[in-house]
Design a protein around this ligand. Structure first.
Ligand SMILES: NC(=O)c1ccc[n+]([C@@H]2O[C@H](COP(=O)([O-])OP(=O)(O)OC[C@H]3O[C@@H](n4cnc5c(N)ncnc54)[C@H](OP(=O)(O)O)[C@@H]3O)[C@@H](O)[C@H]2O)c1
Length: 415
């Protein structure tokens, strides 16, 4: 490990084909699992080798997502142990599931990606040797996993290893940090809104978006609007309302005005059930006020989970869909099945996006229909602090990115 490294700034000026043996990276190790501020530590490791369908990318900027808060905590999954059980030798985790960068090496079987290409990376990694027929959704492939969370060698390093199928052209109008900020949340929101026919978002649909000012929510609001729908954003304080309206929300609901969150009361506790129903109906009326008419959401974009599922399934329109990609507040949610079956609603799980959905998301960004919503850019040295703030809900609305090899002009810039 004593070989000289390229300094972080100097290294970006080296020819792209010149790949050093070692690189700077932020590592999580099992002995440090806990608060992100302490779990992530800068170390130097060997640049990974690549397989024949893989690509080595010199990282210019990395995006930040909640999954690496979980990875730092080692909860609910110890991602290092999980990989070791599957045969990986490395006893560390290099996270990072969003990035922009320049292709530095390509494997022998790679087609359509070349050294020197400027790329945005999506995190849907799968092993093409296990490939399902081409017309089948590749997220259902048994080998499908999230790069930089379930896989090692994510974007929190000078070089990252990805499958060639994860590379998409970098939209030319974006800075490196903007290009690193949107793909994971953007493509996840795209699949939630477009991937579950017949509940594909349509013009005029009311779409309820939980955490409207968060990364996922900021993209869901914009996408709903792109397809002509009427997004209503849920937020927890008034300061986030302007952000959501600017992205295209027709109105917002402040969840702090309500207190009925969490599991449903017992059915035989009439007093508690009546109070819950009153609050939930008031929440439904707040959605109508935001829309300006008595229309229930045809699609509810869910991720809080345990705290909000009872409300989501209640306010969702008859024949509508609650689509969920996470359990930000907990995994054990309760549903009053009477409303669910009598009004024939759908409860749909959704996880990241297929190659085609990631490409469609990137195309919308390239066409300037979808803004990356970059609200803050952190320096390389601030990676652990940035994840700590995310863990504590203290990041600004929208998405944030971290400069890796990109020039530092964008540092601290706010949209
Ligand atoms: N499966 C997938 O492929 C996938 C992809 C992307 C993201 N995710 C997951 O989706 C979740 C959101 O990601 P993100 O990037 O948007 O995170 P984020 O930027 O940190 O936003 C989280 C949002 O959650 C809202 N929230 C927090 N506590 C809440 C509560 N008790 N009730 C209702 N809303 C609450 C907050 O909004 P307010 O406080 O303003 O209400 C906040 O804006 C994370 O758990 C992430 O891991 C999953």
């Amino acid at each position: 490990m004593n070989e000289p490294l390229h300094a972080l700034d100097a290294h970006v000026h080296a020819p792209i084909s010149e790949v050093p043996r070692f690189m700077h990276a932020w590592l999580v190790r099992a002995s440090r699992f806990g608060e992100p501020e302490r779990a992530f530590v800068r170390e130097t490791v060997e640049v990974p080798s690549i397989g024949e369908d893989e690509v080595l990318v010199r990282v210019m900027a990395a995006g930040v997502n909640y999954n690496n808060v979980w990875a730092a905590k080692g909860f609910p999954v110890d991602v290092i142990a999980a990989r070791q059980r599957a045969g990986e030798r490395a006893d560390f985790h290099i996270g990072g599931s969003d990035a922009s960068g320049v292709v530095a090496r390509v494997g022998a079987a790679v087609k359509g990606v070349a050294v020197g290409d400027e790329v945005v990376l999506h995190c849907g990694m799968w092993d093409r040797s296990d490939a399902l027929p081409a017309d089948i959704d590749n997220t259902m492939d048994p080998s499908f996993r999230i790069w930089g969370y379930e896989s090692n060698y994510g974007s929190f390093a000078q070089y990252t290893r990805v499958k060639a199928s994860q590379c998409l052209p970098k939209p030319r109008h974006l800075t490196w940090e903007e290009a690193a900020a949107y793909m994971l949340v953007g493509a996840t929101a795209y699949r939630m809104l477009r991937g579950w026919a017949p509940h594909v978002v349509r013009a005029g649909d009311v779409v309820l978006v939980w955490g409207g000012a968060g990364g996922l929510g900021s993209m869901a609001i914009q996408l709903a609007r792109v397809f002509g729908a009427k997004p209503v954003a849920v937020v927890s304080d008034a300061s986030k309302i302007e952000h959501c309206l600017r992205l295209g929300a027709v109105g917002c609901v402040d969840r702090k005005r309500f207190s009925h969150w969490g599991a449903l009361p017992a059915l035989d506790d009439k007093q508690a059930m009546d109070a819950w129903t009153r609050e939930t109906r008031a929440f439904g009326r707040a959605i109508w006020e935001a829309v300006g008419q008595k229309s229930n959401p045809r699609i509810v974009v869910e991720h809080p989970g345990e705290d909000t599922i009872p409300t989501s399934t209640y306010v969702c329109d008859a024949g509508g869909m609650v689509v969920i990609c996470a359990g930000t507040t907990g995994y054990l949610a309760s549903i009053d099945l009477r409303h669910h079956w009598m009004r024939q609603k759908r409860f749909q799980g959704s996880h990241f996006a297929s190659d085609a959905e990631a490409r469609a998301t990137n195309d919308l960004v390239a066409e300037r229909k979808l803004d990356p919503c970059l609200s803050h850019t952190f320096a390389w040295d601030e990676l652990a602090v940035c994840h700590q703030r995310m863990s504590e809900g203290r990041l600004p609305p929208g998405n944030v990115a971290i400069l890796v090899g990109a020039p530092r002009e964008g540092l601290g810039r706010r949209a």
